[in-house]
Write a protein that binds this ligand. Structure first.
Ligand code: GLC
Ligand code: CA
Length: 554
């Protein structure tokens, strides 16, 4: 039985940036009114939680991750009233909203920083970390190698260096300062009062590292304080950590009900790409095996791609090489020496069979799935755009001007819509795919519906079963019933014997697959190239018990 219903363990999440989703007043910039007008689309797609990228006032030098004011909405996107209407529109449709909480740093235009730099005695001075000399601390690497190669920047006004783990216009907050922690609680309280269901805690693995180079202790108590705050101020809001790193590092973010509710599953993400590249199941098995333990109330958030690069830092160099060679054949597809700045569809050459395989894997991975806006139609990227903007182009709704995103002149858009190649909005868009029964979009709706009917993936116990075939992955989830999902990662058809069908199992009931297969003979299962099949297992005793009950009722 399910211990308790934790909504986030069986949600289907969708991430979007208000700026690039839908423009309502045709100034070329997406806005909350536009997003509201698309809420029925999202509801009927079947997702039930939106993760919203930063929408706060910002100089926008890091896609809004450089915040100037934590308590407001960027005027280009709307105002707080529009935000409240959006929350209301989401609530009416049973959709929750989680927002980005960017507290590792502020913009250098934030009033705290402006005060801090000009007055040594200002209480805000201590909101940041300063140094008279440029410190040498090789244990911290700059996050954006190649673009920003130092983590200390000299400030002409302050006449000192300040710490910044990301861009030099993003000074790091001094989280050891109790006044800063109080600010964080206040920010969380504000948005919780406006109805959000939680926060994506940006750069959490960096957040917990002590900024004082002389004291390298980590302070997870910061996160424990946040958890306590959220638990006392909301019935069901969550903290979702954007934390990457090896298992022993990310494992610390889960600690029963004391730290994070959820964490991005960077480890499984990277191993899934290795599996797709090598067409072998072993990397997924390994990716699952190395996941640190967590208690029942916590969950992994699984993803394939999102608004950042596909970061492969946790794979071994020879493994990285395989993925880079396969999915980033041109140098300009790489970024920061560790990642790929492409969307999934072009990486898989737009091959729908392999896209379905990848998403079927994602949705059956242990945890909760999240997709990036446009993934449902297989949107492409624009490598000619700088940095990670390549994967942040406007949503493609229709074959009209700017893909139906905005009627403004294309030059007014923050980033041009994709209008060339197979990924052009002229051929690849929501309307066109809704008209085609076999489209990726129609398939994705079925997948989302299916995942929402499979609580055993979020709550059950997973066993990865060994089969002889190298390309085949078999996952069995057990709750009060059983689900078995079989994937063929390879390009050749095959047949496998499922090891789990014992005497007490009566039959396999197919609930989803890539094509119509003949019914399985006992435990033999056929698979097409890149095929996948989801089965429920009917147990003999359960069936017999039910029949006996029926008899008794008669
Ligand atoms: C996170 C965001 C990324 C941003 C960085 C700095 O990693 O996902 O987009 O650049 O934080 O805020
Ligand atoms: Ca607008």
């Amino acid at each position: 039985m399910i211990e308790k219903d934790f909504w986030y363990k069986n949600a289907v999440m969708y991430t979007l940036d208000v700026e690039t989703f839908q423009d309502s007043n045709n100034d070329g910039i997406g806005d909350f009114r536009g997003l509201i007008s698309r809420m029925d689309y999202l509801a009927t797609l079947g997702i039930n939680c939106i993760w919203l990228l930063p929408f706060y006032p910002s100089p926008n030098r890091d896609n809004g991750y450089d915040i100037m004011d934590y308590y407001s909405v960027d005027s280009r996107l709307g105002n707080l009233g529009d935000f409240a209407s959006f929350i209301q529109a989401a609530r009416e449709r049973g959709i929750r909203v989680i927002i980005d909480l960017v507290i590792n740093h502020t913009s250098n235009q934030h009033p705290w920083f402006l005060e801090a730099r000009k007055d040594k005695n200002s209480p805000y001075r201590d909101y940041y970390t300063w140094s008279k000399e440029k410190p040498e601390n090789p244990e911290y690497e700059p996050a954006f190698k190649g673009e920003d190669n130092s983590i200390w920047e000299y400030d002409e006004v302050a006449k000192e260096y300040f710490l910044h783990r990301f861009y030099n216009h993003q000074p790091d907050l001094n989280l050891a300062n109790p006044a800063v922690r109080k600010e964080i609680h206040q920010i969380m309280g504000f948005w919780l009062a406006l109805g959000v269901s939680g926060f994506r805690v940006d750069a959490a693995h960096i957040l917990v590292e002590n900024d004082d180079p002389k004291d390298q202790g980590e302070f997870h108590d910061l996160i424990e304080d946040m958890r306590e705050f959220i638990t006392t101020h909301s019935r069901d809001a969550i903290l979702l950590a954007e934390a990457s790193g090896p298992p022993e590092v990310v494992g610390k973010f889960f600690k029963g009900k004391e730290r994070m509710h959820m964490m991005f599953n960077f480890l499984l993400n990277q191993h899934t790409f290795l599996a797709l590249a090598t067409e072998e199941a072993e990397p997924v098995r390994e990716g699952i095996a190395i996941l640190p333990e967590k208690d029942f109330s916590s969950a992994w958030l699984n993803f394939l791609r999102h608004h950042d690069e596909l970061n492969l830092e946790d794979l071994k160099p020879d493994q990285q090489k395989v993925v880079f060679e396969k999915y980033a054949p041109n140098k300009d597809m790489l970024i920061f020496g560790r990642g790929i700045r492409r969307r999934l569809a072009p990486m898989l050459n737009g091959d729908q069979r392999r896209l379905e395989l990848a998403y079927s894997l994602l949705f059956s991975s242990p945890g909760t799935p999240v997709i990036q806006y446009g993934a449902e139609i297989g949107m492409g990227d624009d490598i000619s755009l700088p940095g990670r903007n390549s994967v942040r182009t406007a949503m493609q709704w229709s074959p009209e001007r700017n893909g139906g995103f905005s009627e403004a002149s294309p030059s007014k858009l923050p980033r041009p819509s994709i209008s060339q190649s197979d990924y052009s909005y002229k051929r690849l868009n929501v309307i066109q795919q809704q008209c085609q029964p076999g489209s990726l979009l129609n398939w994705m709706e079925r997948l989302i519906r299916l995942r929402r009917q499979c609580p055993e993936i979020g709550n059950g116990e997973l066993e990865v079963l060994k089969v002889k075939h190298k390309a085949v992955l078999v996952c069995a989830y057990r709750l009060n019933f059983e689900l078995v999902v079989v994937h063929n990662l390879g390009g050749e058809a095959c047949e496998v014997t499922l090891p789990l069908l014992k005497e007490d199992h009566e039959s396999l009931i197919e609930i989803f697959s890539d094509s119509a297969y003949p019914a399985p003979k006992e435990s033999e299962v056929e698979l097409n190239p890149y095929g996948y099949r989801w089965f429920r297992i009917r147990k003999k005793e359960v069936h017999e018990e039910a029949q006996q009950k029926k008899k008794q009722q008669k």
